[in-house]
Design a protein around this ligand. Structure first.
Ligand code: ZN
Length: 401
């Protein structure tokens, strides 16, 4: 599924209608959750049937398109099944018992209830909520109209701090022909440099949050100074939300671009399987770690790896910074020691560079091990791809030729 996103341009009245649609969706989701809580043992299909019952009992709900109502029931089921999965997989800590929503900000349509005009610049929502015709604002490069309507499987309207957006989920194979480069990279993410690869190249850390921190602090003060429930407080809160949105977008954008560059210039990527959430518990580092946005970066690397059909291998993070990449000796060092100096072979490397070399070596060791044992033991790695680089390279070269 490829997502295309546009900002929406409409009238105030239309925005009110969108809010109405969002509220109906939330109502249905919460009702479905309630019925699951009351009568355990309900399955996804039961919730779909319950949708029809709801429409009968609450006539106002029928204003929302029937598939959009089903999509809302699907959302309830999504929350429920995640809860079940967490229990099954013995996820430590809270299991995420489904909760009622009060501040839902989006509504999802499937293949009916909307019409896209052939010019690709307007969408009309045709259900009873009365949203009507909205203009799409976006860059000229994304052309949703280029896709046949049957391929558009989802239309989602999202309310953000700076307006309303529409996302089109298009079912399309995004075939990127990977140009083989003959290069493999291990990647270490860090606080000093955003990332360091096994050749010693670094990407500087942009520190978007740290840069915006002064402004955010000022806006926070603004909110707390205003009287509760006043119009001015509402305005100040909106301003603050927009500022956060900006930081979030910068971070996401940077992560995506860096990942794209990395994947398109290598044939194999190895990275650490970091449990970010556990690391962020270290409070001294939490803000910086969160700001670095490694989680986003790593998931983009995996996503681009899938698109390019190159292996992205996650390895266990144990000892990657302590081991010597040249001779394998253990060289203990604290977080503040930035240079790896090996006491047994004398090699001197930047700490992160040494770690990146170890990560690559670990990944290659694993793929070689897989190949040596048997082809049937090809377990999926963390990114769900086959671990054999040879297999993938053959595939890509065939596509390129
Ligand atoms: Zn050494």
């Amino acid at each position: 599924m490829v997502i295309f996103e546009y900002k929406l341009d409409g009238t105030k009245k239309q925005y009110v209608a969108i809010e109405e649609a969002i509220r109906i969706g939330q109502f249905i989701r919460n009702k479905c959750l309630r019925v699951w809580m009351d009568e355990r043992g309900i399955c996804k299909n039961d919730l779909q049937c319950y949708c029809a019952v709801l429409a009968k009992d609450y006539p106002f709900a029928t204003r929302l398109n029937s598939q959009a109502r089903q999509a809302s029931a699907d959302r309830a089921w999504f929350a429920i099944s995640r809860f079940y999965d967490n229990g099954k997989n013995r996820k430590p800590g809270k299991k995420g018992y489904p909760r009622f929503q009060h501040d839902n900000r989006s509504i999802e349509y499937k293949t009916t209830g909307w019409k896209l005009e052939p010019d690709g610049k307007h969408i009309t929502l045709t259900d009873g909520c009365g949203i009507g015709r909205l203009r799409l604002v976006g860059n000229a490069k994304q052309q949703i109209a280029a896709f046949p309507p049957e391929q558009i499987k989802r239309v989602r309207i999202v309310h953000r701090a700076d307006g309303y957006y529409v996302q089109f989920g298009v079912k399309a194979e995004r075939a990127i022909v990977h140009q083989p480069t003959g290069k493999q990279a291990g990647i270490d993410v860090g606080l000093k440099a955003y990332s360091t690869d096994s050749e010693g190249n670094t990407v500087d850390n942009p520190r978007h949050y740290r840069k915006a921190e002064q402004k955010l602090k000022r806006l926070h003060r603004g909110v707390s100074r205003k009287q509760k429930k006043s119009q001015n407080r509402k305005k100040a809160r909106k301003q603050l939300a927009r500022a956060y949105l900006k930081v979030q977008r910068q971070r996401e954008d940077f992560a995506r671009k860096t990942a794209s560059t990395l994947v398109s210039s290598h044939d194999l990527i190895a990275l650490e399987d970091l449990k970010i959430r556990n690391m962020v518990r270290n409070h001294h580092l939490a803000k910086s770690m969160h700001d670095a946005g490694w989680g986003t970066f790593l998931s983009w690397v995996k996503a681009y790896g899938l698109m390019h059909e190159i292996p992205v291998i996650a390895v266990a993070p144990q000892f990657t910074s302590q081991e010597c990449s040249a001779c394998g000796a253990m060289v203990k060092k604290s977080l503040s020691v930035r240079t790896h100096i090996c006491t047994s072979c004398g090699v001197v490397l930047d700490r992160d560079h040494n770690a990146a070399l170890n990560i690559l070596a670990k990944a290659l060791e694993r793929t070689l091990g897989h190949r040596a044992t048997s082809s049937s033991s090809e377990e999926g790695n963390a990114s769900g791809q086959t671990a054999s680089p040879r297999l993938s390279l053959r595939k890509t070269s065939k596509r390129a030729g």
